[in-house]
Design a protein around this ligand. Structure first.
Ligand SMILES: Cc1cc2nc3c(=O)[nH]c(=O)nc-3n(C[C@H](O)[C@H](O)[C@H](O)COP(=O)(O)O)c2cc1C
Length: 328
């Protein structure tokens, strides 16, 4: 199927619960990613009309506090912070910093949602919890979160090794809970974004696509591995250990997965990959959707094209359905 261009955005922008709740124009959230989701990338996404998020999973709290402060100088648009609970040594201190800096949107992940959601919500902060399973969604809803980031197992990064794909998880959770959902995992462009909205999501989160952007700070070798890699070139290391991670299929990652050996998260080795470009040193977290990425682009172009095309897909399908025939 081909998609015509959407009418000019000014005339036709769709709203979703996510655009309204977060005060953004385009319902695309940039994934929180250790060392990568810092102010240059996050401010570019917010300035382009999406929502930039600052990470905490690096555990590098002093640098992160500086990045949050820098966001105020780089954008006047909304942005958020991810609190990756398991990775933050001084969680109360970090929560305090988020509150004092008047962050209005927080995603919590890698921990018990009831540990933070009530406190943050009492202060008027919008809280979404990242969930990889229906059971996780039930717990987050019981903790009173405002919404969910529903993360399919095809996505890059830390994963539930037994997790289902976005195609299974999003409609399963959307059917049961009437809260805004941000779908993550495998989403990269208009058609995949439209599919997420059709399944009941109100917005999407992109990780791998953001790694391969012009504003991403990581070494070009990693960006090129995404551009050159197929959808089959990822592996789940630590499938039977912790933490399970979907990463680029380097020789080291393939060998560890095949031997079912635990993969250690050595920071120096990770930095060798992230900023030194040695793809065999640490692990380059990457999703299956890398097979659909063949250029490194500015995030503003990615966001604008994905949202324009998403709206075109939805309108084309709506018109075709009204006319009684979907395939041309
Ligand atoms: C390099 C990388 C690092 C990531 N780090 C985190 C993280 O620190 N916290 C988190 O909640 N998710 C993390 N993720 C998962 C993303 O938030 C996102 O859900 C996922 O990338 C979506 O799938 P996609 O890669 O197919 O877009 C990471 C993903 C990647 C690719």
């Amino acid at each position: 199927m081909t998609y015509g261009r959407a009418p000019a955005l000014e005339e036709a922008t769709l709203k979703t619960r996510i655009t309204k709740m977060l005060g953004i124009e385009i319902p695309i959230v940039q994934a929180p990613m250790g060392w990568i989701a810092r102010s240059p990338l996050a401010s570019a996404v917010s300035n382009a009309g999406g929502l930039g998020i600052i990470e905490t999973s690096s555990g590098d709290l002093d640098a992160i506090k500086g990045e949050i402060a820098a966001m105020r100088t780089l954008t006047d648009k909304p942005f958020g912070v991810n609190l990756a609970q398991m990775f933050i040594r001084d969680l109360p201190g970090m929560v305090d910093f988020v509150i004092k800096n008047e962050i209005s949107f927080v995603t919590t992940s890698a921990g018990d949602p009831s540990a933070l959601a009530p406190q943050l919500k009492d202060l008027g902060i919008t809280v979404f919890h990242v969930v990889p399973t229906l059971r996780g969604a039930e717990k987050a809803i019981a903790a009173g979160v405002d919404g969910l980031v529903v993360e399919g197992a095809e996505g890059g990064g830390f994963k539930n090794a037994d997790g289902a794909s976005t195609l299974v998880l999003v409609p399963e959770i959307a059917k049961r809970f009437d809260v805004p959902i941000i779908a993550a995992g495998g989403i990269v462009d208009g058609p995949s974004m439209a599919a997420a909205l059709a399944m009941g999501a109100d917005g999407v989160q992109m990780g791998t696509r953001m790694v391969a952007s012009a504003e991403s700070p990581i070494h070009d070798n990693w960006k090129q591995s995404i551009v050159n890699g197929s959808e089959a070139d990822t592996v789940m290391v630590n499938r039977h250990h912790r933490p399970a991670m979907r990463v680029f299929a380097s020789d080291k990652a393939k060998a560890l997965e095949a031997a079912n050996e635990p993969a250690a998260l050595d920071i120096d080795a990770m930095m060798g990959t992230y900023f030194g470009g040695d793809m065999e040193s640490g692990f380059a977290m990457s999703g299956q959707v890398q097979g659909r990425i063949d250029t490194i682009r500015p995030v503003a172009d990615v966001l604008r094209e994905a949202w324009d095309d998403c709206q075109s897909v939805l309108r084309t399908l709506g018109t075709a359905a009204a006319e009684g025939s979907i395939s041309a």
